[in-house]
Design a protein around this ligand. Structure first.
Ligand code: DI6
Ligand code: FE
Length: 409
């Protein structure tokens, strides 16, 4: 924070601070002072310190002001689509059957490898803009559709470019252990060796903030996952895991033993997995879009996660196969209707707890010292964020203390 940067006042707003562990932290007729990229003061307008020298003043006209949304689990960079696979699933084929028959993730890998750099960039940019139009200011982007050193790097470079060219913070995650590419058919351990070998080069190029894997019957075993995590640990990179989505593999406990930032999906999470996550301070990242789109019926153990004090986060899981949504607000709605979260838990899941899932302590609440990443909504009460679906409320975002100009798709 630059102490000499001028002060900016944002006033006539209804603030949703989420400042305490419980409650919205509503401040009617609130105001916020920012200096450079950071929040300097939050409170009731009537309590603004006297004698301030404010360089700029934004009248928000009574709008609702929340922390910028954080979509902490996406697979945003890929080629092609899976609409045909959707039809097959509607006719009765399961996600696992399609994957085992050579469809699923590896069909997106083929389309991604065949896509030009320009196509990957334009399509990812378009998706990022759609998320930003619903309040997103920080976005996690995973690789995992390249599955070779060259194509994983290509996808991660697109992710980095999103952060460089858009008013958006991007955190990248290397998910090379997502599926077995065809050239390694029948040689999963050899593929894991290859992933372990290219990870240091991806990190050296500045492309990796965290490491993820898909630990599942149709993907990689706990032992293979562990090998990738050991390399991550050696490089000082935090880990997270697609765990217990379709079956209980004990992945959550494994990830927790590596101090994972988050375990994601968790429909089949066991009591032991919950205890391990609680102990390690690992966030439970729930993905209602994938649960809905795969027509799952086994709910993640929400009540037990709450009882154990495991922080719950929510994300879009945007990807072409299991969650082709670009609506974070729809995810808030589904977190309530499908997963029985309260609207407040859902919003906290896409702000404060999502920040924790990315290892970012500087965002997710409206507090002095946090980054000035804000979402300004044409709504009256924060419970409306989860209540409507498909309504597209008026929304503008502020990134690092500045209005993000509306960008054309
Ligand atoms: N679990 C998911 O839901 C996504 N990846 C994963 O490991 C789905 C990816 C896809 O089907 O393309
Ligand atoms: Fe995912």
């Amino acid at each position: 924070m630059s102490a000499s940067a001028p002060l900016t006042l944002w006033h006539r707003a209804r603030l949703v601070t989420l400042a305490s562990p419980q409650g919205w932290g509503l401040i009617d007729q609130g105001a916020l002072l920012t200096r450079g990229e950071h929040i300097e003061w939050v409170g009731a307008e009537a309590d603004l310190p006297a004698g301030l020298e404010v360089a700029q003043c934004h009248d928000l006209g009574g709008a609702l002001l929340t922390p910028g949304l954080i979509d902490a689990h996406t697979h945003l960079v890929y080629g092609g689509d899976r609409a045909r696979e959707f039809e097959l699933r509607l006719q009765g084929a399961s996600y696992e059957e399609i994957a085992q028959a050579g469809g699923g993730i590896v069909s997106t890998v083929a389309a991604t490898r065949a896509a030009s750099d320009e196509h990957l960039w334009q399509s990812a940019r378009h998706r990022a803009l759609a998320l930003m139009a619903e309040g997103v200011t920080t976005l996690e982007v995973k690789s995992g559709y390249g599955l070779s050193a060259e194509h994983e790097a290509r996808c991660l470079r697109v992710a980095r470019r999103l952060g460089a060219e858009l008013p958006l913070t991007v955190r990248t995650t290397c998910l090379s252990a997502h599926a077995l590419p065809p050239e390694f058919a029948g040689r999963a351990d050899d593929y894991i060796d290859a992933v372990c070998a290219w990870l240091p080069a991806l990190q050296a190029e500045g492309l990796v903030d965290a490491v993820d894997a898909f630990c599942e019957r149709i993907a990689f075993s706990p032992a293979q996952t562990q090998r990738v995590f050991e390399v991550a640990r050696g490089l000082g990179l935090p880990v997270k895991l697609h765990a217990e989505q379709l079956s209980d593999q004990g992945g959550a406990a494994l990830a927790a033993s590596f101090g994972a930032l988050s375990c994601d999906h968790l429909e089949y999470l066991s009591e032991a997995g919950i205890a391990a996550m609680a102990q390690a301070g690992t966030v439970a990242m729930l993905l209602p879009g994938a649960y809905y789109f795969l027509r799952e019926s086994k709910l993640p153990p929400i009540a037990a996660l709450r009882a154990a004090g495991v922080p719950i986060a929510i994300a879009t899981d945007h990807n072409p196969g299991s969650s082709p949504t670009l609506s974070p607000l729809l995810m808030l709605n589904m977190a309530c209707t499908l997963f029985h979260l309260t609207p407040e838990e859902a919003l906290r899941g896409m702000t404060q707890h999502a920040a924790q899932a990315l290892g970012l302590a500087d965002r997710g609440q409206l507090l002095a010292g946090q980054r000035a990443d804000l979402a300004v909504w044409g709504l009256h009460h924060p419970n409306e964020l989860a209540y409507g679906f498909g309504q597209r409320p008026a929304c503008r975002v502020v990134h690092a203390g500045r209005w993000a100009a509306p960008l054309s798709p």
